[in-house]
Design a binder for this molecule. Structure first.
Ligand SMILES: Cc1ncc(COP(=O)(O)O)c(C=O)c1O
Length: 416
């Protein structure tokens, strides 16, 4: 008899975005003429930039020739892309990485989920709350998260990020084996200063904690003093794995490409069933290479050539223009919503705006009120964790015209 991994059965049935779609559909059935605008989407709307398109066309043509054809590529990615990453994403910030520390993937979601295969099932995990749901759900699937009670998992340490603490999570008051950090943050759109990030690195080094650092939105950082990589902090090479994505950086949500950095200095303790290794520390970089070589056959050549093009002079300029397009939305949203009397956060170094619901309304209650009152969709904050209750997330990924229209409707709805 095959036995199911019943940890899957512990996952809540309701997937946040499916629940939202259901409610929006119900509204549309009742109001077939209403033109609903979504400020809830996490996907981008602007097309790929010309430099990327040209690189993809070239790659396709190459693959169609006898000399240029390529089959399986290296599991950890082609050197042309890994070199471009070292040279452009890290060296200018004084970060020296080895090419073998970069692992190209098909986007950050896979690796932020898969990475926890490197650690034992009984490690404790800590997350800032609210948080990108993949971190917790992937741990639930392997049985590490414990039991769910009232939206909280018994083996997960939650570090609240709310307006009351300025969205700066406090260090845990006990040892935690693994901590997930995401900056700029999804969903709150807030960032971490170097000084604050240093505290986390020091905590990790002191407590032998591993940090999984998700930098998927680093391209949106406008303030030059905000760190774009955890490796800007001394000592992070010994305690952190970092995830990058081209999805929001360059509109690759459909193309699929990203990368993970696993430094060679990073080690973890062995206590388990391998007598030859017990009591030793083991480097995680070769383990991740082994894992990827076994379970992953590489990212498509076309996607990797597309990603390489982002680092060319034209590519850099074009990608920056698209990011600026979204950040113009973010600025318009912040100023308009503040003028309307809403309490809003984030949106300055990130494409997300985190808005407190007025009059103590619950996240879902406000979601419905906004949908029915202004025909605008937001994402209920409680879907990202217990500390998201009483907030909603708005995204700046829309078209300018639609974003303006949504803001105008919200203004009318609130009586302005
Ligand atoms: C914080 C965070 N990490 C990772 C991802 C996944 O990105 P990718 O498209 O590269 O898989 C997302 C996507 O929304 C995200 O918000």
């Amino acid at each position: 008899m095959a036995l199911v991994n019943d940890h899957f059965l512990k996952l809540p049935n309701n997937y946040l975005f499916a629940d939202i779609a259901k409610k929006v559909n119900a509204f549309k059935v009742m109001h077939p003429k209403a033109n609903v605008i979504s400020l809830g989407i996490g996907d981008v709307t602007q097309p790929l930039c010309p430099a990327v398109i040209e690189a993809m066309h070239r790659a396709v043509s190459e693959l169609g020739t006898a000399e240029g054809f390529r089959g399986y590529g290296p599991e950890q990615g082609y050197d042309f892309l890994r070199e471009a990453i070292l040279k452009n994403d890290f060296l200018p910030r004084g970060i020296h990485l080895d090419i073998d520390e970069i692992f190209i993937n098909d986007g950050a979601k896979s690796d932020t989920g898969n990475i926890q295969e490197l650690i034992r099932w009984d490690n404790s995990i800590g997350v800032t709350d609210p948080i990108y749901p993949v971190y917790i759900d992937s741990n639930v699937m392997i049985g590490r998260a414990g039991r769910e009670e009232g939206g909280r998992w018994s083996n997960v340490i939650y570090m609240p990020c709310t307006a009351e603490n300025g969205f700066v999570p406090a260090l845990p008051d006990r040892r935690v084996d693994v901590i997930y950090l995401c900056y700029p943050n999804n969903p709150t759109g807030t960032v971490i200063t170097k000084q604050e990030l240093r505290k986390w690195v020091n905590y990790a080094l002191k407590n032998d904690t591993l940090i999984f650092y998700d930098a998927a939105y680093q391209a949106y950082i406008q303030d030059p003093d905000i760190p774009r990589s955890i490796y800007e902090i001394r000592g992070a090479r010994r305690c952190a794995i970092e995830f990058h994505s081209y999805s929001k950086t360059a509109g690759f949500t459909g193309v699929r490409c990203g990368y993970t950095v696993v430094p060679k200095d990073l080690t973890a303790a062995v206590v388990g069933d391998v007598p030859s290794a017990a009591g030793r520390r083991v480097a995680l970089n070769p383990l991740w290479l082994r894992r990827q070589s076994t379970k992953f056959n590489g990212t498509s050549y076309i996607s990797q050539r597309a990603a390489e093009a982002i680092y060319t002079p034209d590519g850099r300029k074009q990608v920056a223009q698209t990011i600026d397009y979204y950040m113009q939305n973010a600025r318009r949203m912040l100023t308009t919503l503040r003028r309307l009397g809403f309490e809003v956060y984030g949106g300055e170094n990130a494409p997300y705006i985190w808005m407190r619901t007025p009059d103590g309304m619950g996240s879902w209650q406000f979601f419905e009120a906004l949908l029915y009152g202004a025909h605008v969709v937001c994402t209920p904050g409680v879907g990202f964790g217990p500390s998201g209750q009483g907030y909603v997330r708005l995204t700046a990924f829309g078209h300018h015209e639609q974003t303006e229209e949504a803001l105008m409707r919200i203004g009318k709805w609130t009586g302005h």
